[in-house]
Ligand binder design. Structure first.
Ligand SMILES: Nc1ncnc2c1ncn2[C@@H]1O[C@H](COP(=O)(O)OP(=O)(O)OP(=O)(O)O)[C@@H](O)[C@H]1O
Length: 644
């Protein structure tokens, strides 16, 4: 494919005054407005007749950026020095200061270095690649996880005055559309191209076009929400194939953006992308704290009660907007119906999930225009969404992972004013979440053979259990500051912990109750002793061990399985710091998420012909040398004085 004719075609259209850019529909009154003399696409902004971006280019003598090659700029005194990233921030976007680590991130990437950027939600990561795309010549390709997110990104980018387009598979993008996008890239009108990982991996004509373009001008890459490489690789294969970037475009720098990434995951991401860590600059935000957010767990009981509690929360909403996250489409519809019926609030509301048809998805427009105040959605909604009016985020069931929790709650308070995040929590939702993660595939892993596929699935299921228990542990913790827990979860080596937020439910509880931080190492050692003894006892009979068995033996309570009362450890007299069932459960969860006690969640159908799925949680073992490993760790736990 020869790239040059594309440019020629569009130049002819411009000359014949027949040119309409692919993004015309995002420009208000496109037909009527006076257009920029240099691009014939964006509205005229300056007295010279140029749009904001081309006026900026004009001042610095960047005439090669003018898409209409016939346009001859008037003579002028050029600004002597080339623009800095700060000049662009101020002159193009109207901001006076960089936020967080934006400037350092931009400088690294513009200098051609692969740059891994991890900054809190709402820190302004988009700006990092917008400014870079202007400073670097050629095209910036942004790989983004969701079509709905790409649609939003395109609207925002056009509103900011930067030429962009999107590529994903769908009936709204026929072959003629691709041809048109290629032409606009060829004349330099499009600076940023948003694309899904699937299109980037599978659209071979796009790859050919890009390789061809790279012969004429630099191509740079951005992977937005780069943690998807870890989180989506099992069900969206394309995310595991993004090494294609470094293979096909070895001299292009890659900017990797995330709000939530553990250090170990960052290295796995680089490995997946075929990048050596020495070749990558890591830029991490100054703080991951979101002081404007107040997080609270709410025990979840019956559906009626939960809906009633949600209605009370909604009554306090006033002008603000709310997102209710539900785990499944069925639950979204159900909550929507319940709220419609019972609320009497007259609150304009809608549902959103990826399987809605495009007509129904149009309601999203009303959300953006603020005529819908409440959206009830699956996690298909909201990733990267930047809506400053969201004052309340409710989780009808606990989030699928700590990463999801941060991303989803991160939609609130984006104007830096106070906002609430409420999670309705019950252990019963473990089943729902596990069903989603495993895509309802029954998972009796003991029966699996040893094939490569089966091992991959086992590994995936083990990871899924770990993620669920991480959230369970987070939700059930009563005293440690929620913000500190999240900061610790995502902490990298050498990070300092910020002080407690003083306004989450746990901080308030610590202020209200008499609590003590105590060392429970001896209890942790005892608990793994209990696990080992029970396993030894029941190994022969092949009986399954539940967390309840461990708690009953540890707390020396009446055992459901009477056999266990014959264990020595059951009768041992000892001084316990962790005494109540709830605290013992919390300690066991801690052992599980630290990988010391191994569990398995088993998804099964109680009635083979029915649709209902249930879960059993089994304890399957401890890691080798567990006692020594427990001894090495810190086991400081907050306990309520009155419970001790
Ligand atoms: N330097 C700046 N000064 C003031 N506001 C800024 C600056 N840079 C970006 N912003 C604004 O910050 C808001 C959040 O930016 P953005 O959507 O890029 O956040 P993000 O880091 O991508 O968050 P998330 O991870 O949640 O998607 C936007 O409204 C953006 O215009």
């Amino acid at each position: 494919m020869d790239f040059v004719p594309y440019g020629r075609n569009v130049q002819e259209k411009i000359k014949a005054k027949e040119f309409e850019p692919t993004f015309a529909k995002h420009i208000l009154d496109f037909e009527k407005i006076q257009k920029c003399l240099a691009c014939k696409a964006f509205p005229k902004y300056s007295p010279l007749g140029l749009c904001r971006y081309h006026e900026f280019c004009f001042k610095y003598g960047w005439y090669q950026e003018f898409p209409d090659k016939q346009y001859i700029p008037p003579p002028q005194n050029l600004i002597a020095n080339p623009p800095t990233s700060y000049d662009i921030l101020v002159k193009m976007f109207g901001y006076q200061e960089f936020q967080d680590m934006q400037e350092i991130a931009i400088s690294s990437y513009v200098n051609g270095k692969h740059t891994f950027i991890s900054m809190r939600t709402g820190a302004g990561k988009t700006m990092c690649y917008w400014i870079s795309a202007i400073l670097r010549e050629g095209l910036t390709v942004v790989i983004s996880p969701l079509v709905s997110l790409i649609d939003d990104q395109v609207i925002e980018t056009i509103a900011a005055g930067i030429g962009c387009a999107s590529i994903y598979t769908g009936k709204h993008q026929p072959p003629q559309y691709f041809e048109k996008v290629f032409s606009e890239i060829a004349i330099g009108l499009i600076k940023i191209l948003y694309i899904t990982a699937e299109s980037f991996i599978n659209n071979s004509s796009f790859t050919r076009m890009l390789l061809n373009f790279a012969k004429y001008a630099p191509v740079s890459f951005v992977i937005d929400e780069v943690h998807c490489i870890i989180e989506c690789k099992h069900f969206r294969e394309s995310w595991s194939k993004l090494r294609k970037i470094s293979t096909f475009f070895p001299s292009s720098p890659i900017m990797m953006l995330t709000g939530t990434c553990k250090e170990s995951d960052a290295y796995l991401i680089l490995e997946n992308l075929g990048l050596a860590s020495n070749d990558v600059a890591f830029v991490r935000g100054l703080s991951f704290s979101r002081p404007e957010l107040t997080m609270k767990m709410h025990p979840k009981s019956t559906k009626e009660k939960t809906i009633g509690e949600i209605i009370t929360l909604l009554k306090e909403l006033n002008e603000g907007k709310c997102i209710i996250y539900c785990p499944t489409v069925r639950i979204c519809d159900d909550v929507y119906e319940q709220l419609q019926e019972k609320s009497g609030l007259g609150l304009p509301m809608a549902v959103y999930y990826s399987s809605l048809d495009s007509e129904e998805k149009k309601k999203l427009k009303s959300w953006k225009e603020n005529t819908i105040q409440l959206i009830i959605a699956t996690n298909a909604f909201g990733m990267g969404l930047n809506d400053k009016k969201v004052r309340l985020v409710i989780h009808y069931s606990f989030p699928l992972s700590i990463g999801n929790l941060v991303q989803e709650t991160g939609r609130a308070g984006r104007d830096h004013n106070p906002a609430k995040c409420i999670i309705f929590y019950t252990r019963h939702d473990i089943c729902t979440n596990y069903t989603i993660i495993t895509q309802s595939r029954e998972s009796i892993t003991e029966d699996m053979n040893d094939s490569f596929e089966a091992n991959k699935r086992k590994e995936y299921l083990a990871k899924a259990c770990e993620k669920i228990f991480e959230v369970v542990h987070f939700c059930e913790e009563q005293y440690i500051c929620r913000e500190q827990m999240l900061a610790e979860y995502f902490a990298w080596n050498g990070d300092n912990l910020s002080p407690p937020c003083a306004h989450c439910d746990n901080c308030l509880r610590v202020q209200a109750e008499l609590v003590h931080e105590v060392d429970v190492k001896t209890d942790a050692i005892k608990m793994v002793g209990v696990v080992e003894e029970i396993i030894n006892k029941l190994r022969e009979s092949g009986k399954l061990i539940s967390p309840k068995d461990i708690i009953q033996v540890y707390c020396q309570l009446k055992c459901d399985n009477e056999e266990l009362t014959s264990l020595n450890i059951y009768h041992e007299t000892r001084k316990k710091i962790v005494r109540t069932k709830a605290d013992a459960q919390h300690l066991l969860d801690w052992l599980i998420i630290r990988g010391m006690v191994k569990i398995m969640i088993n998804l099964y159908r109680p009635n083979p012909n029915g649709n209902t799925l249930q879960t059993n949680i089994h304890i399957v073992g401890v890691i080798e040398g567990v006692t020594a490993i427990v001894m090495e760790k810190n086991w400081k736990m907050w306990l309520c004085h009155s419970r001790r």
